[in-house]
Design a protein around this ligand. Structure first.
Ligand code: AMP
Length: 193
C-alpha cells in the first residue's frame, strides 16, 4: 500500500478516518497528537515540554517534532504502508518527511485532504470537549488552533498539490461519514492499482 498523509483542520476527522483506513487495509498509523498525549500522560520530559505548546494551541517546534516522527516511524513494521495523521503541519515538516522517506527507499504516497466548514469544525470540537475532555478543546484554544492552522498548515495544501499527490474530500459534498469513507476508499484503491 502507498503511504497516506491525512490532512485537514482541527476537527476535520483525521483521527477517525485514519483509524478506518488503517483497519481496512492493515496499514500502520502514526498520530503525532496521540504520541504527544501519551508522553504527557506518562509524565516524560518530552511530555512536560509538549504540554505547554498543546494547551496553548501552538505547534511543537519543527526540529523536535521531526525527530519524534522519525523515531515513531522507524519503530513500525514496514511493508504495509503508513498513515501519517497530524504530520506534517508545516512546510519544513513536509520537506523533512519527504527526505526521511526517500532516505529509506520509500515516498510520500498520497495525500488526503478533508475539507469541512469552520462552523462544523467548531461544533464537533466543542462536542468532543464534553465527550473526551481534551485540554485543548475549549473555545479559546480552538480559535488559536484554527489561526495556527490557517497561517502555518493550510499553505501545505498547495505544496502537496505541486507534488501531484493531493486528493480532496469535501464534507458538504459527501454529507456523512459513510459518504466520505466511500469516496476515500475508492480513491485509495484507484491509487494502488
Ligand atoms: P492533534 O491531536 O493532531 O490535533 O494534535 C494536538 C496538538 O499536538 C496540536 O495542537 C499541536 O500542539 C501538537 N501537534 C501534533 N502534531 C504536531 C505536529 N506535526 N507539529 C507540531 N505540533 C503538533
Amino acid at each position: 500500500m502507498k503511504n497516506i498523509i491525512i490532512f485537514g483542520a482541527p476537527g476535520s476527522g483525521k483521527g477517525t478516518y485514519s483509524t478506518e483506513i488503517a483497519q481496512r487495509y492493515g496499514m500502520g498509523h502514526i498520530s503525532t497528537g496521540d504520541v504527544l498525549r501519551a508522553e504527557i500522560k506518562n509524565g516524560t520530559e518530552l511530555g512536560k515540554l509538549a504540554k505547554g505548546y498543546i494547551d496553548n494551541g501552538q505547534l511543537i517546534p519543527d526540529e523536535l517534532m521531526i525527530n519524534i516522527l522519525a523515531t515513531t516511524y522507524d519503530a513500525l513494521p514496514k511493508g504495509k504502508g503508513v498513515i501519517f495523521d497530524g504530520f506534517p503541519r508545516t512546510i519544513a515538516q513536509a520537506e523533512a518527511l519527504k527526505k526521511m522517506l526517500e532516505e529509506r527507499g520509500d515516498n510520500l504516497g498520497m495525500m488526503i485532504e478533508l475539507i469541512v466548514s469552520e462552523e462544523v469544525l467548531m461544533f464537533r470540537l466543542l462536542r468532543r470537549a464534553t465527550q473526551e475532555g481534551r485540554a485543548d478543546d475549549n473555545e479559546e484554544t480552538i480559535r488559536k488552533r484554527f489561526a495556527v492552522y490557517h497561517s502555518q498548515t493550510e499553505p501545505l495544501s498547495k505544496w502537496f498539490a505541486a507534488e501531484g499527490i493531493r486528493h480532496t474530500f469535501d464534507w458538504d459534498i459527501c454529507k456523512t461519514k459513510e459518504g466520505m469513507l466511500e469516496a476515500i476508499f475508492a480513491e485509495i484503491e484507484k491509487q494502488n492499482k
